[in-house]
Design a protein around this ligand. Structure first.
Ligand SMILES: [Fe+2]
Ligand SMILES: [Fe+2]
Length: 135
C-alpha cells in the first residue's frame, strides 16, 4: 500500500496545485516503495534528487502566484516552505556525502509535513486563488 493515499481533503480545485501535489505525493510514495524494495544508493539518490527538485519547483510556483495576487498569508506560508526545503536539501547533502540512508522516520516526517501543509496552508491558498481568478 502506498505511504500516502490521495484524499478528497487534498483537492483545492486549482489545477496546478492539485497536479503538482499529486506528483509530489507520487515521488514520496516512490521513495517509500524503493526503500522497502531494498534499492541501492544510486536509485535512492535519483528519487531523492527528483523529490528535492520537484519540491523546489512547486514551492517557487506557489510563491510566484502568492506574490502576483498579493496574498496576505505569504510570509507564514513562505516560512513553512523554507523549513521543508532546507530540511530536504540538508538531508540530500548528508545522503550524498555520509552514510545516512532513507529511513521510515524520514518518510513519516515527509508524509506528516505534506498532509498538514496541503490540508491547511495550501487549502487556504487554493480558496484565495480561486477567488482571484486562478483556477
Ligand atoms: Fe503545495
Ligand atoms: Fe505551500
Amino acid at each position: 500500500m502506498p505511504l500516502i493515499l490521495w484524499k478528497d481533503s487534498f483537492v483545492t480545485k486549482v489545477k496546478f496545485l492539485d497536479e503538482e501535489h499529486e506528483m509530489l505525493i507520487g515521488i514520496v510514495n516512490e521513495l517509500h516503495f524503493s526503500m522497502l524494495a531494498g534499492k541501492g544508493k544510486p536509485v535512492m539518490g535519483e528519487v531523492l534528487g527528483l523529490l528535492v527538485n520537484h519540491t523546489k519547483k512547486h514551492f517557487d510556483n506557489e510563491e510566484a502566484h502568492m506574490r502576483k495576487t498579493k496574498y496576505t498569508g505569504y510570509y507564514t506560508h513562505l516560512q513553512e516552505h523554507q523549513y521543508l526545503l532546507k530540511y530536504l536539501t540538508d538531508f540530500h547533502y548528508s545522503f550524498n556525502n555520509t552514510q545516512v540512508i532513507v529511513s521510515i522516520e524520514l518518510l513519516d516526517f515527509l508524509r506528516d509535513w505534506l498532509l498538514h501543509h496541503i490540508e491547511h496552508l495550501d487549502m487556504q491558498l487554493g480558496c484565495y486563488l480561486l477567488d482571484h481568478g486562478v483556477s
